[in-house]
Ligand binder design. Structure first.
Ligand code: NAD
Length: 299
């Protein structure tokens, strides 16, 4: 593999998963974050992940410890990036923070280093110039819990070199991801471009009192053979996320139905503490939601 040393910037929710997965696959990983406090909480996140790898993937303690040994931590950017063939940026989803980060990184990174952004919402062309190397810059978007949900959506911007794009696809496979190439910039990549309208369509059926959530899920599951309906998926994502999305959409478009939908999510779920699977209840009650009963799809 042409990339050997990988720097991960930002050791939050996703950065910690990316850093550990890459180390687990045998690469040297240098982690960078703004200060020792951020690095310490990142290390704690990695320790939790180490247990999850053993539980979910059945790997040994030795393999997990060896992976941890391949990670170094620093809050000194020029030191952290000095050996890097590739940088994966997973810093906070705030335009100014990312812009400042790339402008500092471009000054100290070796010329050969490729930059990847894990941003969920911000298109790479927004930062291409400030990276100082637009041809070596693109997006690689991971899903939360990457050791199980192992997709990497790899998206170029108009200035990305095709060789770099193809090399990153090879790298994604080498770190255990299913590589999904996107040849044009697309807000929401593939997955959220499909999932967003799907989930909203289901919620609008509910808002307009066409059918109740369980009937809607039943229709989807029975007709397509899918193990989850839209409301079960909403519970996994967390109700607050959908609430925030609908609220933002209401303010962007001025359309009343999105405001009504946000209100419905608030009064029916959020105000009652039903925030989704993580809190034990959302549209369904956990750990044994009734859509998992064999009788759910009968009659
Ligand atoms: P987070 O808030 O958990 O972590 C962000 C980290 O960035 C923190 O450790 C913070 O200290 C660090 N940071 C802030 N400024 C920095 C700087 N100048 N230099 C280096 N580090 C800095 O956020 P997250 O949820 O891990 O999201 C990070 C990125 O990953 C975002 O772009 C987000 O869109 C993307 N993403 C998140 C998810 C998810 O489910 N959370 C999924 C896919 C992609």
């Amino acid at each position: 593999m042409f990339y050997k040393n990988i720097m991960v910037a930002g050791i939050g929710v996703l950065g910690s998963q990316i850093a550990f997965q890459i180390a687990f696959k045998g690469f040297q990983v240098s982690v960078y974050d703004i200060n020792d406090e951020a690095l310490d909480s990142g290390k704690k996140r990695i320790l939790v992940l180490m247990d999850r790898y053993q539980e979910d993937l059945g790997v040994t303690k030795e393999e997990i410890n060896a992976a941890f040994q391949r990670i170094t931590f620093s809050s000194n950017l020029s030191k952290a990036v000095s050996e890097a063939d590739l940088v994966i940026e997973a810093v906070s989803e705030v335009v100014n923070i990312k812009t400042k980060f790339y402008s500092e990184l471009s000054k100290v990174a070796p010329k050969k280093t490729i930059f990847l952004t894990n941003s969920s919402m911000l298109l790479p062309s927004r930062f291409a110039e400030v990276t100082g190397r637009p041809e070596k810059f693109l997006a690689m978007h991971f899903a939360n819990e990457i050791w199980i949900n192992n997709t990497a959506e790899i998206m170029k911007h108009p200035g990305t070199d095709m060789k770099v794009f193809n090399d990153v696809i090879t790298f994604a496979k080498a770190i255990g991801m299913v590589a999904l190439p996107l040849y044009k910039e697309q807000p929401g990549y593939i997955l959220n471009s499909l999932l967003g309208p799907f989930l909203e369509g289901a919620m609008l059926l509910w808002l307009n009192e066409v059918a109740d959530p369980q009937t809607i899920d039943k229709a989807w599951m029975k007709a397509t053979g899918s193990p989850l309906g839209p409301f079960a998926i909403l519970d996994i994502i967390g109700i607050t996320t959908s609430y925030n999305i609908e609220l933002a959409k209401a303010s962007d478009t001025g359309e009343q139905q999105f405001k009504k939908l946000a209100n419905l999510l608030k009064t029916e779920l959020i105000d009652k503490g039903k925030l989704g699977k993580d809190t034990g209840e959302g549209f369904y009650k956990y750990p044994n939601p009734n859509y998992m009963n064999s009788s759910f799809l009968e009659g």
